[in-house]
Design a protein around this ligand. Structure first.
Ligand code: NAD
Ligand code: DAU
Length: 338
């Protein structure tokens, strides 16, 4: 039987990779993509599938109950990727993080309950656990979000659980580590540094550069979310980890090496306030369900760097002509780099 899935935030980085992945992997599924097209949502991310008869795009806000009602009509499944996602922006202005990442999740959950959805996957994040010095967080670890983005995601994460605990809405919650791959908006570490290096511009490395992130290829993330749509257990949380913990300085050096650019492009700058030192996840629970990452970091990073080098028609208009990006870059880095 045909399944119809609502994918929210499908014009963003992970969402667009997921839309493409589902259309390729599940030929009998229909996809409805609900996206507000914020600065991070881009129709060109899905140019190659826009005419697929199984695909429908709806422009709208997950905070709007009428929009959500129309988009979710006829769906059995939903995966909520829509969010404000950039930590640095949440440190400048946080209000819209609360709107989308908490109130928007509530609107989706209420509609999921009303229509009797068969599965609702809430895409949360490892940031809800906060920072860890030694060892790794399990799904049982205490939540300790330490920046406004992480706190708003924790709100959405726990609201989703509350709808399972109270109303038995069949929710599954995922907490993934840092994603990388094609179509990532060039405000995040890897695409920002690759595209700056391609133009011989400085790479603004925060603090001592020794903060640790665990890198997960976006297609490994997509495989995990599809697996959980089909095999996840209602009401459960699943960590999704790449298993590739690296200090930022090491990722930065590798990017420069792959591009044949000098390390003199690295510019140590004032640290992010409240900068989480290390993220680390134990993903044994998801591995026991049959998922494991398939993309080795060295290969994934090399392919990703190549993708940005080959697709400057994708990122140059953002960096050069998008007034919003330029305003943000100036506000975030102007003082740091001067
Ligand atoms: P992104 O910023 O690239 O894309 C977000 C998308 O959501 C955009 O297309 C945007 O237009 C859309 N959107 C924002 N507000 C909306 C609203 N109110 N209504 C409808 N659409 C709206 O984000 P991403 O990096 O692809 O992240 C996707 C999800 O994965 C987020 O929930 C994020 O918290 C989570 N996550 C991301 C990472 C990562 O490393 N990028 C890791 C773990 C979890
Ligand atoms: O861990 C999952 C999270 O990963 C997701 O939930 C977020 O949506 C996603 O943005 C990402 O958050 P981070 O803050 O870890 O990602 P970001 O790319 O912004 O930064 C990665 C690391 O690089 C972090 O330690 C800060 C550092 N950094 C980042 C930027 C943008 C720099 O040193 N310089 C920079 O200019």
């Amino acid at each position: 039987m045909t399944s119809r899935i609502l994918i929210t935030g499908g014009c963003g980085f992970i969402g667009s990779n997921f839309v493409r992945f589902v259309l390729a992997e599940r030929p009998d599924w229909e996809v409805v993509n609900l996206d507000k097209l914020t600065y991070a949502g881009r129709l060109e991310n899905l140019k190659d599938v826009e005419h697929d008869p199984r695909y429908r795009f709806v422009r709208g806000d997950i905070c709007d109950p009428e929009v959500v009602r129309a988009a979710m009509a006829g769906c059995q499944l939903a995966a909520n990727f829509a969010a404000e996602t950039h930590v640095d922006r949440s440190l400048l202005v946080a209000g819209h993080f609360i709107d989308t990442d908490i109130k928007g999740v509530l609107v989706l959950l209420e509609e999921a309950r009303r229509v009797g959805l068969e599965r609702f996957v809430q895409i949360s994040t490892d940031e809800v656990y906060g920072s860890i010095g030694e060892g790794s967080f399990t799904e049982e670890s205490v939540l300790n979000p330490r920046n406004p983005y992480a706190a708003s995601k924790a709100g959405g994460d726990r609201l989703a659980f509350a709808f399972w605990a109270t109303y038995k809405v069949p929710v599954v919650i995922t907490r993934a580590s840092n994603n990388y791959g094609p179509y990532q908006y060039p405000e995040k570490l890897i695409p920002l540094f690759v595209t700056n290096a391609l133009r011989d511009e400085p790479l603004p490395l925060y603090g001592d550069g020794r903060n640790v992130r665990d890198w997960l290829h976006v297609l490994d993330h997509c495989r995990a979310v599809l697996h959980l749509l089909e095999y996840g257990v209602d009401g459960e949380v699943y960590n999704i980890a790449g298993g590739n913990e690296r200090e930022n300085i090491s990722v930065t050096r590798e990017v420069l090496r792959l591009l044949g650019k000098p390390e003199s492009l690295i510019r140590p700058v004032a640290d992010r306030v409240g900068h989480d030192r290390r993220y680390s996840l134990d993903a044994a629970k998801l591995r026991a369900l049959g998922w494991g990452p398939q993309v080795p970091f060295e290969r994934g990073l090399a392919e990703t760097v190549r993708w940005y080098a080959d697709n400057d028609a994708w990122w140059r208009p953002i960096k050069d002509h998008d007034g919003e990006f330029r305003r943000y870059y100036q506000e975030q880095y102007g003082g740091r780099l001067s």
